[in-house]
Ligand binder design. Structure first.
Ligand SMILES: *Cc1c(COP(=O)(O)O)cnc(C)c1O
Length: 365
């Protein structure tokens, strides 16, 4: 990367965008991840040349050689964040610079080139600018942004590729919990782990998700919504869910989440909740939680609430836990008070409905 000089984006508006009427129909009930906007951002990278050919263009299939490295060795990383429409017509994002920094960290772990954070942020702003009509008006709606990067070099040798494509697409999202927040039941997988020490657990890469899918299928088979993974070494301590971090709330008000040990994805929602819980007067700890303690503390009543968190759903209460030898409920299977208060606080900050003392919300348009 030739440091310093700013990348110019070539803007090529979609010549055949979705009509306003069709867009309105799509936005009425977009669900998650099925509806996409008219445009995408692409930026190319080649060793020796750096980042080049930045474009905002019509969203379209990406032609790819069957020997493109990503199709064989899975050199791919991604991010996920939301753009919100505010009451005064401006557009905001929640801590996008944290996503930019994490994208750099993920790139390092996957031996990929680092996209400068200012280019990452500019790419998001450009896409939201041209597709701003796609941000749902609904007060629970948002435009989910999906930046990603993959090895595009045509080569079957095993080494870091020397050509990459960075891309951003956008997908309008409705209320995650239409009809009220509903607790989920999680499956504690006896067979599978998600990430080992020294592995890629702390990087946001597609490969982590690929390896979680068999466990997720097992969870569904067991009548659960999501899988929770235990540590890969002792199979004792709770790591996280397939795509969400996890928190425990005790009867003395203590809030605990597993520490960032290298096998857990450093969630931006997780980080915000640690801060907000402390400010709300909770004792906050990042420390290991064993599955044995989880069971025992749920049985004794000491453990009052458990929830999962991440950008897509913000906070999801966990009402039930299943494992091969049995199952138990948390808080009678109902969403807990602390869970819902933290959720409300965070959503209100994200939506600009309450003070934002940490300057987490960035106005982008
Ligand atoms: C993205 C992700 C999270 C949540 O991160 P946020 O920044 O809060 O969205 C948690 N776990 C995994 C495995 C993830 O990929």
């Amino acid at each position: 990367m030739s440091g310093g000089d700013k990348l110019d984006f070539e803007i090529r508006p979609n010549p055949a965008p979705v009509s306003a009427a069709d867009r309105a129909a799509l936005l009425a009930n977009p669900g998650f991840g099925r509806v996409f906007t008219d445009h995408m951002v692409t930026i190319r990278y080649a060793d020796g040349k750096g980042w080049y050919d930045a474009r905002v263009e019509a969203r379209a299939p990406i032609p790819m050689d069957p020997a493109a490295a990503v199709l064989h060795y899975a050199q791919e990383i991604f991010e996920g964040l939301k753009a919100y429409r505010t009451g005064d017509g401006s557009v905001t994002m929640f801590r996008p610079e944290a996503n930019a920094a994490r994208f750099v960290a993920s790139a390092r772990r996957l031996a990929m080139p680092e996209l400068p954070p200012e280019t990452f942020l500019e790419s998001l702003r450009r896409l939201v600018e041209i597709d701003r009509e796609w941000i749902p008006e609904h007060e629970d709606g948002s435009l989910y942004l999906r930046p990603f990067m993959f090895a595009s070099e045509v080569f079957l040798g095993v080494r870091p590729a020397n050509e990459y494509l960075y891309c951003v697409i956008a997908s309008p999202a409705g209320a995650y919990f239409a009809g009220g927040v509903k607790p989920v039941t999680v499956w504690v997988s006896p067979d599978y782990t998600r990430a080992a020490p020294g592995g890629t657990g702390a990087a946001k890469c597609g490969g982590n998700y690929a390896t979680s899918l068999a466990a997720q299928a097992e969870a569904i088979e067991a009548g659960c919504d999501q899988v929770v993974f235990l540590d890969a070494v002792e199979r004792r301590f709770v790591d996280e869910l397939g795509g969400m971090n996890v928190f425990f709330v005790y009867d003395d008000g203590t809030v605990v989440t597993p520490p960032l040990s290298g096998t857990i994805l450093p969630g931006i929602t997780r980080d915000a909740i640690l801060m907000l819980a402390g400010e709300a007067g909770h004792t906050v700890r990042e420390s290991p939680v064993s599955f044995a303690d989880w069971q025992a503390d749920a049985a004794s009543g000491r453990l009052r609430e458990v929830f999962a968190c991440g950008t897509a759903a913000v906070i999801t209460p966990i009402g039930g836990v299943r494992f091969p030898d049995g199952e138990f409920l948390i808080g009678g299977g109902e969403p807990g008070r602390t869970t819902m208060a933290l959720r409300q606080k965070l959503v209100d900050i994200q939506r600009g409905r309450t003070a934002d003392p940490h300057h987490w919300v960035t106005r982008v348009l």
